[in-house]
Structures are given as structure tokens and as C-alpha cells.
Ligand binder design. Structure first.
Ligand SMILES: Cc1cc2nc3c(=O)[nH]c(=O)nc-3n(C[C@H](O)[C@H](O)[C@H](O)COP(=O)(O)OP(=O)(O)OC[C@H]3O[C@@H](n4cnc5c(N)ncnc54)[C@H](O)[C@@H]3O)c2cc1C
Length: 201
């Protein structure tokens, strides 16, 4: 960045711009707990973004880690019989019939033994991490724009650097900010800020 403009380098071309809106998506890299690296190599590990079908799984039991919306969709898909619609009751039924066991939070591992918050342990053949995503901002060659946790410092997508904006972050403004229906109100806000030549955060 210099002379009040940004220098942008792509694989093909180079540009200068006074305003840049970063819209590189809310779901970039798998967010998997670090202790997954200590898990014994005999256990098959996948992130939900890699999972396509059950042929990727080893025979035996599967631990699906997390209980976000994606996990529920994932479990419902797995237990859905071909052609059946999903109305949300299948998962409850499966839990009741003990086909799916619900465990407390996974907190660590000792070789091939998984340890849960309530000090119970379990051996599994497969783990599917449905633990969400994290951002990748390593390509931003600018100082002072990230906080200690590596998150961008911003207010409603307006960063602390004049002319630099973001769109599509989770909770950028509201719950829906990282969802398709969130694009309208967020982009209008950012467009107005650019038009006004608003100063940075
Ligand atoms: C499992 C799942 C289910 C979902 N279900 C729903 C749903 O039911 N309803 C809903 O509203 N939303 C849903 N979403 C969210 C939806 O996918 C996002 O809201 C939407 O994709 C966000 O659009 P975006 O353009 O901000 O980001 P993206 O669609 O992620 O696009 C970002 C683009 O930026 C590119 N990019 C990244 N880094 C760079 C770089 N350095 N240089 C150049 N390009 C780059 C990427 O390749 C990508 O093409 C779901 C998401 C997931 C993961």
C-alpha cells in the first residue's frame, strides 16, 4: 500500500486501487483442534468439507465431532434411507434407538483413546470433524489489521485501514452476515461507506 492506494497482485495481473473489498468467503480452511495431530494413525480422520460418501470410511464406528447445524444435516443424511424426505425427526429417533450415541465435548486424546469432558473414553475407527472453518489472511501483506487472535479488526466490515473493507464475515453485523441472505444489507452499507469516502474505523 502506498500513495493512498492498494497494490494488488494476482496470478495474471497487478492493479492499484483506492478501495478494496475482500469477499473471499466465510468458510475457507478446516478448523480442526490441534490435538488431532496426536491421534493415532490407525484412526481415519476427515473434515466435513472432504466427506463425500461412506466409501471414505473404514469399517467400524464413526465419531462425528461437533453439534452445529452442519453436523445434524450430516447425520440425517447418513441415516436417511434412499428416497426418504428429511423432516428432522430421523436424528431424534436414531438417538432414541441408540444407533447414534451422544457424547460430551471431546477434550483430548491418548494414542487411540479419545477423552471426553466427563472423563469417559472411546475407541473409534473414524473421526469426522464437523468443527467449522477458519479464515486465511496470510496473503494480506499489511501490518496492524489483525488482532492477537488473527481476526481482522473491523466494524461492520470497515477496517482500521482507509479504503479496506470486508464482506461476508460470520457475524459481520448480524447472524445472517455470512449467509446468502446477508449479502444485501451488508453490501449496501459498504457501498455507501465507499461512496462517502468514509474514513477508516
Ligand atoms: C455446509 C454449508 C452449508 C451452507 N448452507 C447455507 C444455506 O443453507 N443458506 C445460506 O444462505 N448459506 C449457506 N451456506 C453459506 C454460503 O455458502 C455462504 O453464505 C456463501 O457461499 C458466501 O458467499 P461469499 O461470496 O461471501 O463466499 P464464497 O462463496 O466462499 O466465495 C469466496 C470466493 O473467494 C475466492 N477466494 C478466496 N481467497 C481468494 C484469494 N486470495 N484471491 C482470490 N479469490 C479468493 C474463493 O475461491 C471463492 O470463489 C452454507 C455454507 C456451508 C459451508
Amino acid at each position: 500500500m502506498g500513495n493512498d492506494s492498494f497494490f494488488i497482485k494476482t496470478k495474471q495481473d497487478e492493479y492499484r486501487a483506492r478501495n478494496v473489498v475482500i469477499a473471499t468467503g466465510p468458510f475457507q480452511n478446516p478448523n480442526i483442534p490441534l490435538f488431532s495431530e496426536d491421534i493415532h494413525g490407525s484412526i481415519n480422520q476427515l473434515h466435513s468439507s472432504q466427506y463425500k460418501n461412506s466409501s471414505q470410511l473404514l469399517d467400524g464406528n464413526v465419531l462425528v465431532v461437533s453439534y452445529g447445524q452442519t453436523e445434524i444435516l450430516f447425520l440425517e443424511k447418513k441415516i436417511q434411507k434412499k428416497g426418504d424426505p428429511i423432516f428432522g425427526f430421523e436424528l431424534k429417533h436414531t438417538i432414541k434407538t441408540n444407533d447414534v450415541k451422544v457424547k460430551k465435548r471431546l477434550i483430548g486424546v491418548d494414542k487411540d483413546l479419545l477423552i471426553f469432558e466427563d472423563n469417559t473414553t472411546l475407541k473409534v475407527n473414524n473421526i469426522i470433524w464437523v468443527t467449522g472453518f477458519k479464515h486465511d489472511f496470510h496473503w494480506w501483506k499489511m501490518d496492524g489489521i489483525l488482532d492477537r487472535e488473527g481476526k481482522v479488526i473491523h466494524s461492520r466490515g470497515v477496517t482500521n485501514t482507509k479504503g479496506l473493507y470486508l464482506i461476508g464475515l460470520p457475524w459481520q453485523y448480524r447472524l445472517g452476515s455470512a449467509l446468502l441472505q446477508g449479502i444485501g444489507y451488508n453490501s449496501k452499507y459498504i457501498a455507501n461507506k465507499i461512496e462517502d469516502g468514509s474514513p477508516s474505523l
